[in-house]
Structure formats: structure tokens, C-alpha cells
Write a protein that binds this ligand. Structure first.
Ligand code: ADP
Ligand code: ZN
Length: 435
């Protein structure tokens, strides 16, 4: 299969040549930040690092980290590196962890971000012949705006649907022959479920590809969505702090996401010590924006746990790949002393023939954690025979115990009784903080 690239030269450039480019960029960027962002200048001064100490990308480790706490401290203008009159846009995080941050963009920043999203759309097979349905939320959230801009750059006919109103999504998809859809994986699964209920078979659906991200999802969930919608489902990753989706994207291999490292330089660190880990080791993902002007974060700790790989990719891109994030350092629940990631629960559910419609509820009674998982039955599994339900609950709890090492209490609930999300799904209710 011949490959299409949006920016062939940058995407397939020899690794050492790219390194030269990254080195040139970081030298300039550190100077820009040091001169214009007092907050970061102080952090560098405290660490005893001067801009002239950074002679290339190999010196990056000398720079201080930035964390979400710094972004909150500096809210709203403290990390701005350009005068306000040169900024054209603001976005804000979705507040998954309850704390919003705002990010600023110059026109160049918007262009560069949209180019990254365009790379993702082309890697998913998008061309100017495609109709691209953008069903990420529009507004402060970066999902809608990013893919919308990318779709324009590729020249697709863009359907700016935003999220929600699923019946209208389905109607437009069919009437206008949408061939690519962009949304969160949980919303894609919901659209698929609704289409199935309305009697659509995968071959009746005009879509050929989906670009899904903004939240963790498993391989099992990918297979489920691909089967229901009759498409190839590609992962896309990003965060508001670095611009939005498009920091990394999947190609036809579907084995991890190419990081747009000519713009966003990734590192993996040990989250406890801050030490940079070698390629292939699991740790916290850290990004340095090499080109951004208005909100150029250096060594920003994403809290996403991940692995990087330079293994040669059959698509011809030489951009380093990141594995699916395995959760966030702050997404991880510690239940009765054991680390639990929602993605592990999701894997068990899909392996056991359930849909990933679930909610984890954690509480504390008499100093002991309670751990309940509410799981929806599929319409085919649904039964009101109590002994059958108990049997299914016991078997599912057993499978979760094998995966996690601790025993949850599983409650099977009726189909459609757990609230659906049109954006990012709410998977965890932790009542322990309230006690
Ligand atoms: P918030 O931190 O409020 O959720 P964002 O909306 O910017 O802010 O979300 C960025 C986060 O979303 C990332 O740090 C990551 O945890 C998660 N994320 C984004 N894309 C993916 C993806 N493809 N897979 C897993 N997690 C993702
Ligand atoms: Zn590839």
C-alpha cells in the first residue's frame, strides 16, 4: 500500500537530521522562554541553569520540570510568553482531574497544531475526497477545534457536528456520507450501539475510519468499535497544555502513536525521582514544545504513564512512537493498598463479553476501602433471574480478582442504566475524599 503523508519530509526525515533540527529549536526556545516568562526564569535560576547551558536537545535534562501545579500557580497569564495582542485563541482543559488550566495560541501556534491534526487525518487515510465528521466537543475543549482545523487543512469536507445529539449525528453521517469520524472512543462506542439498535449493519454505515482519543481506551475496545462501525479505528493523543489532540497519532500499523517530535519533544521519566529513562522503559511522559510561541511549556509532566519506541515502522514515518498511555499517575486508584487502573477493569469486561459501560465506586467503611464495580449487561445477557445474575456477577468478580489481585463487588445492572458520555467518560467515583 502506498503511504500518504501530510508533511512527508518532516514525517519521514532521518532521525539524526531531525535531532539537529530539534537541537536548533530548543536553543532558541529556551532563550525565548527565559527572556519572556518570569515564572520559568525563576525556576531556571533556582536550578542554576542559564539559556547558554542548553546547546542542543541532549542538554534538555538540565532544565526544570513544569507540572500542573505550576500551571495553576501561574493561572491565568503567568506562563504567557507573547504579548496578549499577538494571541488569537484560548483553550482550556476538560478538567478530568477537577482543575482547569488555560492555554494561549498565536496564529502560528494554531497553524502548527492544525498541521499535526492534518498529519493524523492523512495517516488514517483521509484525503480531500473525504467527508470528515467532527463529533468532539467544540468550545473551550481542544478536541473539536483541533480536528476541525486539521480536516480543513487536508481539504476534507468538514462536518462540524460537535458532540451530542446522537440521532442527528447518525442522520448527517448517512445523508452526507461521512467517511471519517473524530470523537472520544466512548462516544464512538455509543454511536455504534445506537446504530446497531436502529438496525444498521456495519456495511450500511458510510464510515471507513475513525480518529479517537482524549481518553484512555483499550485494544479490546478498539476491536469492538471497528466491528460495530465497520471501520479502522485510529488513536490520537494530546493535551491542552501542549496544544491539544495531534501531539501523537496512529498510522496504518495501529501499534502505537507517532509523536510529532519535530514540534513536541518527548521524554520518559521516573515519576518519583525525575530521572530520564532509556527508550523502552515505562514511566511518566514529559513534553517540551519546540516551536510554540504563546504558551511554550518546557519539560511539562503530563502524568500519563507510557513507553516510547524507536522501532522501525512499516508506514515509513521515522517519528518515535508512544504506546497507548496506561493511565495517569493521578488516574491510578489505590484500593486496599493495591494499584488499580480503570483500563484494567475495561480489559476484563471486554474479554468477558461485556461492553465497556461501567463505573467504579470506591468508598471507606471502618477504615477499609470498599470497591464496587457497576457493569451494564448487554441486551442479550439481560435476565431478571436472580440466581443467573448472581452467577454472572461472581464469575466477573473472579476475572477481575485475577487481573487486579483484589476482589471487587460486581453489580450487574440493566442495559443503558449507566449514564453515557458524549465527551470523556466518567469511570470513577471516589467517595473516600469526602469522608
Ligand atoms: P484534562 O487533563 O482536563 O483531561 P485535556 O482535555 O487536555 O485535559 O486532556 C488531556 C489528557 O487526556 C491527557 O493527558 C491524557 O491523560 C488523556 N488522553 C488524551 N488522549 C488520549 C489517548 N489517546 N489515550 C489515552 N489518554 C488520552
Ligand atoms: Zn507508522
Amino acid at each position: 500500500m502506498t503511504q500518504n503523508y501530510y508533511q512527508a519530509e518532516l514525517e519521514t526525515m532521518a532521525v539524526d537530521e531531525r535531532k539537529k533540527l530539534q537541537s536548533e529549536k530548543i536553543v532558541k526556545q529556551v532563550k525565548h522562554v527565559y527572556d519572556n516568562v518570569e515564572y520559568y526564569r525563576k525556576l531556571m535560576d533556582e536550578k542554576g541553569v542559564k539559556p547558554e547551558d542548553i546547546k542542543g536537545i541532549d542538554d534538555l535534562y538540565k532544565l526544570p520540570f513544569l507540572s500542573k501545579a505550576d500551571l495553576r500557580d501561574a493561572y491565568p497569564y503567568g506562563l504567557l510568553a507573547k504579548p496578549m495582542n499577538e494571541c488569537v485563541r484560548i483553550h482550556s482543559t476538560s478538567g478530568t482531574t477537577g482543575r482547569r488550566v488555560v492555554a494561549f495560541y498565536t496564529q502560528n501556534d494554531v497553524d502548527l497544531w492544525e498541521d499535526c491534526c492534518a498529519r493524523a487525518i492523512v495517516a488514517a487515510g483521509g484525503t480531500e475526497e473525504d467527508v470528515c465528521q467532527v463529533a468532539y466537543g467544540y468550545g473551550l475543549f481542544t478536541g473539536g477545534a483541533g480536528l476541525h482545523g486539521g480536516s480543513h487543512k487536508v481539504g476534507c469536507l468538514t462536518l462540524p457536528m460537535s458532540s451530542g445529539n446522537t440521532d442527528r449525528q447518525i442522520q448527517f453521517m448517512n445523508d452526507l456520507g461521512a467517511s471519517i469520524i473524530c470523537c472520544t472512543p466512548s462516544y464512538a462506542a455509543y454511536i455504534g450501539e445506537t446504530l446497531k439498535e436502529q438496525g444498521y449493519k456495519p456495511e450500511d454505515i458510510p464510515l471507513k475510519a475513525g480518529i479517537f482519543g482524549a481518553e484512555p481506551w483499550t485494544e479490546e475496545m478498539r476491536r469492538g468499535i471497528e466491528a460495530t462501525l465497520g471501520i479502522k479505528a485510529y488513536d490520537i493523543y494530546g493535551l491542552t497544555e501542549t496544544s491539544g489532540p495531534g501531539v501523537a497519532f496512529e498510522c496504518c500499523e495501529q501499534t502505537g502513536m507517532h509523536v510529532n517530535e519535530d514540534h513536541f519533544y518527548p521524554e520518559i521519566i521516573n515519576p518519583d525521582t525525575g530521572e530520564v529513562l532509556p527508550e523502552g522503559e515505562k514511566g511518566e511522559l514529559v513534553f517540551t514544545a519546540l516551536d510554540k510561541e504563546a504558551f511554550p511549556l518546557l519539560r511539562y509532566r503530563t502524568r500519563d504513564i507510557c513507553v516510547l519506541s524507536r522501532k522501525k515502522c512499516s508506514c515509513g514515518r521515522t517519528l518515535i512512537k508512544m504506546a497507548k498511555p496506561m493511565g495517569r499517575t493521578d488516574d491510578m486508584l489505590i484500593i486496599r493498598g493495591v494499584n488499580v487502573f480503570p483500563s484494567q477493569i475495561e480489559t476484563v469486561l471486554l474479554n468477558e463479553g461485556y461492553q465497556p459501560n461501567y463505573q467504579i465506586v470506591v468508598g471507606r467503611v471502618n477504615n477499609t476501602d470498599t470497591f464496587d464495580v457497576n457493569v451494564e449487561m448487554n441486551p442479550e445477557q439481560f435476565t431478571d433471574k436472580v440466581s443467573d445474575v448472581l452467577k454472572m456477577e461472581k464469575s466477573l468478580a473472579g476475572a477481575m480478582k485475577t487481573m487486579l489481585g483484589i476482589n471487587p463487588t460486581v453489580h450487574l445492572v440493566a442495559p443503558k442504566s449507566i449514564a453515557r458520555s458524549e465527551g470523556k467518560a466518567v469511570r470513577v467515583i471516589d467517595n473516600r475524599k469526602l469522608i
